[in-house]
Design a protein around this ligand. Structure first.
Ligand code: GAL
Length: 408
């Protein structure tokens, strides 16, 4: 039957029967959803329909649990947001589709740390989409102006401001008391107090001397001090609810990755006007990073689909549009930053400098530096220390040392 005939007879020929291209990820906040929409639209414009499979829960722990359940049930998604060394674990199990695409071949396309994330034994098995900077502080400028207070550039200045905010009924530091958020804050404090070289010796090389260094105690003690700047409604608060407190002037500051900037963008807020971005005290030249990457499951892989997926994510316009929505910087080198605000430009400059000088800090809380088991244990130890004042800094330091070594 010809197409014309079938149309005349009211029978519309089915589109070529393509399996749905379902994508498992954890981007469910306003900014995260807006960024995922950029990818979905880019794929749709090229004829590939992204069947959304979002799993709530900042940081992605729930998403990884759901992913494992789907794979065990023999129903892996087409693509999944898997980040950091976890990619190697999935590759070793034989689930991932090799991505031998000419676009991903050149090793100069990305900074070395990115290329090392996506390539296992020389084979590309993941496609990167953008780079987060985590050592950011987000401030509400109106709150500081109304109280005529200076912007804090040191920890003692920040702590000294707290009583002035409290007196005005403003929470000095907005935070969500969740394990991954507490771990994110701790690693930022360690970077701030001890610097990137120590951070690498501690989290990557697991040097005995670093694991028991007093600067780990200092970071734990500072974490306890910052807890006194938070509010007692913070238990299980989502990170984006803390961001909302800052945006609305109910809180003065939040220390969190630049997915907060994606949230502010989704709410129509403008950097430098509605909010300020400041490097966490002591980390002006430092970049504590996480990189979002996607893998394709070979069981579902259709070459036309996954090649289009790779091309779409790496396309220059996608790199710009996605990062503008997500609060990140493009992962691909040599993307013009003309459309980006000063926060993103600072992040881009510092990342490239720190990468060239070998002093990037991979986020442990966001899966960039250890095994999934070590990451979860790290979250739990810091969370318990944060919640239970009976746990001494010395106890937490030795628990971290033993666990990071045992589960590396
Ligand atoms: C990170 C992820 C970011 C951001 C954040 C909060 O792990 O890489 O894209 O969404 O979690 O959910």
């Amino acid at each position: 039957m010809t197409v014309l005939m079938s149309l005349l007879l009211g029978y519309v020929p089915l589109a070529s029967a393509q399996p749905p291209f379902d994508v498992l990820h954890w981007w469910t906040s306003a900014g995260e959803k807006a960024a995922a929409e950029v990818l979905r639209r880019q794929l749709s414009d090229h004829g590939l329909e992204w069947a959304d499979y979002p799993v709530r829960g900042g940081g992605g722990e729930s998403a990884m649990a759901v992913l494992k359940a789907r794979v065990i049930a023999g129903e892996p998604p087409s693509a999944a947001q898997i980040i950091g060394p976890n990619i190697r674990h999935w590759q070793a199990l034989g689930f991932l589709q090799p991505l031998d695409h000419p676009l991903l071949a050149p090793q100069w396309l990305f900074e070395p740390v990115i290329d090392q994330l996506i390539r296992v034994e020389g084979e590309v098995v993941a496609v990167p989409v953008s780079i987060h900077r985590i050592n950011w502080m987000w401030l509400n400028p109106r709150v500081f102006e109304q109280l005529d207070l200076p912007l804090p550039t040191t920890w003692s200045q920040l702590i000294e401001l707290a009583p002035r905010f409290r007196a005005a009924g403003i929470v000095p530091l907005a935070h969500g008391n969740q394990a991954w958020q507490n771990a994110t804050l701790f690693e930022t404090l360690l970077l701030s107090l001890a610097g990137p070289e120590f951070y690498q010796r501690y989290f990557i090389h697991l040097e005995e001397q670093a694991l028991f260094d007093d600067r780990v105690l200092d970071a734990l003690i500072l974490l306890r001090q910052l807890k006194t700047l938070m509010d007692d409604q913070m238990h299980q608060r989502e990170w984006q609810q803390a961001s909302q407190m800052v945006a609305e002037g109910r809180a003065a500051m939040q220390i969190m990755g630049d997915w907060v900037k994606g949230e502010f963008t989704a709410w129509g807020l403008e950097a430098g006007k509605d909010y300020l971005c400041l490097a966490v005290p002591g980390t002006n030249e430092q970049h504590l990073y996480s990189v979002d990457t996607f893998v394709l499951f070979s069981q579902q892989a259709d070459p036309a689909q996954w090649r289009l997926f790779v091309e779409s994510l790496i396309a220059e316009q996608t790199q710009v549009d996605f990062s503008l929505a997500k609060g990140t910087i493009p992962v691909r080198r040599q993307i013009a930053m003309d459309d980006f605000d000063d926060c993103a430009r600072a992040s881009d400059y510092v990342f490239r400098q720190a990468s060239a000088e070998g002093r990037l800090a991979p986020s442990v809380a966001h899966s960039m530096a250890t095994s999934p088991q070590a990451e979860t244990a790290f979250h739990e130890i810091i969370h318990r220390f944060f919640m239970d004042e009976r746990v001494t800094p010395e106890t937490a330091r030795s628990q971290l040392a033993q666990t990071l070594k045992a589960l590396q």
